[in-house]
Design a binder for this molecule. Structure first.
Ligand code: GLU
Length: 507
């Protein structure tokens, strides 16, 4: 039996702002491949393009990885800390005849590119400095601005064996003599990423499809250095719904913005796992242990994945509704605490949570059935705190525009008040809000007097209690209110208040 290779995998983001959803998808795949083989998952920060660096990016990358749960085993390592190492290795390539100093000015290169464009040729360096005398270039390099370029061979078919794409062939004549050290002495992505993957002993190298075309340059660098190749795997691109490459303009691509909106992290993980991968048999929800067991590169597709936010919303709903309510409650409070500013409703909720844990939790238990993520929770909870509407109650609304008889309505309000005071104590002990509201519904049906029509009985009651003319489920509302301190008294007061409005009505 062959021994399982322990995979050392990595993600290598550039610190250029908010971590992208694509990074997180790649992190998940890398993380599970490392986990399932007993290897390590490494975070490397590719900060060799210092002009593009955005302050705070590394913290944000770590926050995104932590939120989803793909915490790196090693790192973050920063490439800028190893600047001299890359230069040393690039000079080694010059000595071996695989690279050369290039002194061409940017003006010359611009002119070259303009001419090539005019002749409908692909932009390429014309290798002018490749033929310079080695000793002379060495000398010039001490005083003149320069870059270092790698030599691409002529007339060679370079073959990539990719774990996802299969065999991909490149014609070396179509590939530029890539700059590997820039004029500021920093390496380009190509050199730095190959050197680091080698030095960090990465043996399974996953990255997005957009880098596929760079692979022949990387394969050549491995050959020039005489290093063993890792397994390469290029992961499908993620697209907008209209099948253009995912962009900020059409989608929210920032991982942390989904965290800020209060999405369930496992829903985000599920959503991103399926941006490119499909298990043999699907299930509704997954744990990290499931992915560790099920994930395999064999089932990663070649074609791009589509980012459909509606699916993410739906998943977030599923995951929150299958969690224990205590966990959702705790997570929601943490989320509220992390928010820079809370809305009025959120402040009311926090106050309720402090004063009456079970009423607040019951409210959340109802809210989670109606909303997908925490920002929506806050909007949905608003109906429970909607006191203004009670002050605007009118006879017209209570009597459904005259469809309900006033005398019957007044009677219903009084009967409901009596029934509420007689609710069994055991009802309060039921843990699930859904069951509690169903039981309340049942109870109201039992005590409903035969002489009153259901509409006359329930409509004025609902409007009196919730202040809402339509849509609000009164039993859900009550199932929360009756748990509140002075909740019964408050409901009785609302019923009396509505009855008084009807009694004062002179028609
Ligand atoms: N720095 C590259 C990026 O941010 C990493 C590509 C790779 O994984 O090699 O996309």
């Amino acid at each position: 039996m062959s021994e399982q290779i322990k995979y050392r995998t990595r993600v290598a983001p550039s610190p250029t702002g908010d971590p992208h959803v694509g990074l997180l998808r790649n992190a998940l795949y890398n993380y599970f491949l490392a986990r399932q083989s007993g290897g390590q998952f490494i975070l490397r920060i590719e900060d060799t393009d210092q002009a593009r660096e955005v302050e705070g990016s590394i913290d944000r990358i770590l926050a995104a990885l932590n939120w989803i749960g793909t915490v790196p085993d090693e790192g973050p390592f920063k490439q800028s800390d190893y600047k001299d190492e890359y230069l040393k290795l690039a000079k080694e390539l010059i000595n071996k005849g695989h690279a050369y100093y290039c002194f061409c000015s940017s003006e010359r290169l611009d002119q070259l590119r303009a001419e090539q464009a005019k002749n409908h040729q692909a932009p390429r360096y014309d290798r002018k400095c490749r033929e310079l005398d080695k000793a002379e270039s060495e000398k010039r390099s001490l005083t003149e601005p320069h870059v270092i370029r790698m030599k691409m061979p002529d007339d060679e078919e370079i073959v990539l064996r990719d774990a996802v794409k299969g065999e991909v062939k490149f014609n070396s004549n179509e590939i530029d003599d890539q700059v590997i050290i820039k004029s500021d002495g920093f390496p380009t992505y190509h050199l730095a990423s190959v050197v680091d993957d080698h030095l960090m002993k990465i043996n399974l190298m996953l990255r997005s499809d957009e880098w596929l075309s760079s692979s022949p340059k990387h394969l050549m660098l491995y050959r020039y250095f005489g290093w063993d190749l890792p397994t390469f795997a290029h992961l499908p691109l993620i697209l907008n719904l209209d099948r253009t490459k995912i962009s900020k303009r059409k989608n929210d691509t920032s991982v942390l913005s989904y965290k800020a909106k209060g999405y369930h992290p496992l829903a985000m993980a599920h959503f991103l796992m399926f941006c490119g991968w499909n298990p043999e048999k699907t299930q509704d929800t997954y744990s990290f242990a499931d992915y560790e067991k099920l994930f395999s590169l064999d089932r990663v597709g070649k074609s791009p994945a589509v980012f459909d936010i509606k699916k993410l919303d739906w998943l977030s709903h599923q995951y929150f509704n299958q969690d224990k309510i205590d966990d959702v409650f705790a997570a929601y409070l943490v989320w509220l605490g992390d928010k820079a500013e809370n809305t009025e409703v959120e402040e009311l909720f926090i106050k309720l949570a402090r004063e009456n844990h079970s009423a607040a939790q019951a409210m959340l238990d109802i809210v989670r059935m109606r909303a997908d993520y925490f920002t929506q929770y806050s909007a949905t909870a608003a109906t429970f705190f909607n006191q203004d509407k009670l002050g605007q109650l009118s006879a017209v609304d209570l009597l459904q525009d005259g469809k309900i008889d006033k005398v019957e309505a007044i009677k219903a309000l009084e009967l409901v008040k009596q029934s509420i005071s007689k609710i069994e104590k055991s009802w309060y002990d039921e843990k699930s809000a859904e069951k509690r509201s169903k039981q309340l519904n049942e109870y109201f049906r039992q005590v409903q007097p035969a002489e009153l029509s259901p509409a006359a009985y329930l409509h004025p009651t609902r409007v009196a209690i919730t202040g809402e003319k339509q849509s609000m489920n009164m039993f859900e509302y009550l199932s929360v209110y009756l748990l509140m301190d002075k909740g019964v008294a408050e409901i009785e007061h609302r019923l009396d208040h509505a009855a008084a409005i009807l009694k004062n009505e002179n028609n």
